[in-house]
Design a protein around this ligand. Sequence first.
Ligand SMILES: [Zn+2]
Length: 754
Amino acid sequence: MRIAPPSANRRLTSLLAALSLAAGTPTLSMAQSTAPTITVATRAGQPPVLAPWAGPHGGVPAFDQVKVADFKPAMEAAMAENLAEINRIATNAQAPTFDNTIAALERSGAAIERVEAVYGVWNSTLNDAAFSGVARNMAPRMAAFSDQITQNAALFKRIEAVYNDPATKKLTPEQQRLVEVRYKAFVRAGAKLDATAKTRLSQINQQLAGLFTRFQQNVLAEEADSVLVLKTDKDLGGLPASLREAAKSTAVTRKVEAAGVITNTRSSIDPFLTYSDQRALRKKAWRMFTNRGDNGNAHDNNALITQILQLRAERAKLLGYPTHAHLRLDNTMMKSPEKAMALMLEMWKPAVARVHEEVADMQALAKKEGTPADFKIEPWDYRYYAEKVRKARYDLDQDEVKQYLQLDKMREGMFWVAGELFNFAFVPVTDVPVYHPDVKVWQVNDKTTGKQVGLWYFDPYARPGKNSGAWMNAYRKQERMDGQDVTTIVSNNSNFVKGKDGEPVLISWTDATTLFHEFGHALHGLSSNVTYPSLAGTSVVRDYVEFPSQLLENWLPTPQVLNKFALHYQTGKPIPQALVDRINKASTFNEVFATTEFMASALIDMKLHLAGDKVIDPDKFERETLAELGMPHELVMRHRTPQFSHVFSSDGYSAGYYSYLWSVVLAADGFSAFTEAGGPYDKAVAERLRKNVFTVGNTIDPAVGYRAFRGRDPKIDALMKQRGFPMAGAKAASPTPAKKPVGKIKSAAGVKRK
Ligand SMILES: [Zn+2]
């Protein structure tokens, strides 16, 4: 549920993402004074991956011509070309201006951006043995390359001069914003440090890039290497027909002689834990999944985490921040880790209290079923008994719901929503190359003018070498820097399990929600209407970027979508209203588990990065911190530390996993703008949303954009109501008492934006 790590496909990635990995090659030399002044190294015989994108739709990546062996030479050539461009900007004899410095930077780096876009696709979806060798080699070099740009003193001097120039105040608001964003990103990346500190900083960034790559590859290996083999039909006990089929066909594709195979990814494990009536196997599956990266073998991530945390702490100090958390939060809506912690703790206590209630209900149900007197709900029982309680109390069977959620129909439903809210039409195209036969492409047009606004690539299924989870990626950003419209290319990636050939893929309600979530990111990219690519689409601060995506989740349960698109896979009949009512009734029940497992990860992330340069033993830290927080024994973190890729496979979401929580505050509050008006498809509210949130990218301060959309600053009330949590007395604008009140909640300053 994320946008791709900042290393991929972002123009001058490092300049903007400040501490992203990206970029680098020691062989091109570390010191900016020796930056090569060669121009484009390759023309004749250059690898196809380096070439400008040609073909229909404004040019598309030539995925069909990619050779893994080409990545290294292509990246080396593209980095050299970019450094030459940077050198020309930095040594320009004319006085620094917006155009010859800031806009010139925007125009530079086209080749590296193209190569990185394709490299990012291989890194996240086709990461086989050959590619992983390339990635291990290239990651530190790209980090060094990035530092060569941010540490170029002559270049920074020019950026600073433009930043301080009174003439800058006369530029367009977007240009002024661009100057500020560029300047601050350089400062955060160490542009003001002395030479010794810069050298050390660059060493740290390169070391980190190498560690991130190893971390990610370890998680991938752990997922690929271990599976749960279901030996007999008894081992399939409790599984609904669709899961049995999937397990059987996995056994066939993996060539395992067994009744079924469960792979070690979330999309396979979660349903197994929900339905399997074989407790010993549930325990085995749960252990296999939650111990990824924590098995004391060659793929163990604990030592890497300790090193990453040490290096991050040292880097933060070098840059003048007390901790990595303070450094990361500097460029966010939240501004400080203390405020983020306060927000999380405000939600944490009522969430935990609700978990205890749920567990008590499960325990009672288990007793009724005749479990032994000493039976205690364990983490591998939670989903199984939660499902039973859900059935008993809300008469809601997730497998029954699933029969109405066909992947293709849900996709059509998303397209329809995009048509209603954003005036987009999706037309399938077959004239562009793809990197895997599963990938399909659509041209996205403005419904009124018919003009192309972008392309949408969809890579839905799990396969070895593909990162688990779901994410959005932008291969090319929207811009019109030189007067001509450059349309965006975005992609959505998921890990659905393919069923039998020719049969519709049925997905869970949670998976359908995730589908809408990622599509929200895609729409954020597709709606972009800015001049400069650095500010386009999803290039907003980390704790705002999840707002459009979380918001879009709200359109799945609308009657318009369900009646038209939630059709039974056999009868074609729409989902019955009675079932929808039961889904709605059970919705807060589902949220408790999700909120708590999520927040446990967010709190650990923040606390790890507030610990400073203390040497951390991740296992011990996780155990002790969770105990201090009063983590319910029956639950596990959504991502345990040794597999927490958001945080350790790049700087991306480090000290930033809380962003999802802040974004859900915004999303709940934002959606209530619709329900308070004419409903989810209110045209006027949709237009305000489009105009002030989806089209503006990072051209305005997000707080200003949100206010223009909502008419006021965000409030936490709508979220507390949505999740069924009690409100803190006086703070509640529209309190929703929980069924059973669960103690007082501390009021937290900083939850509401000023
Ligand atoms: Zn997301």
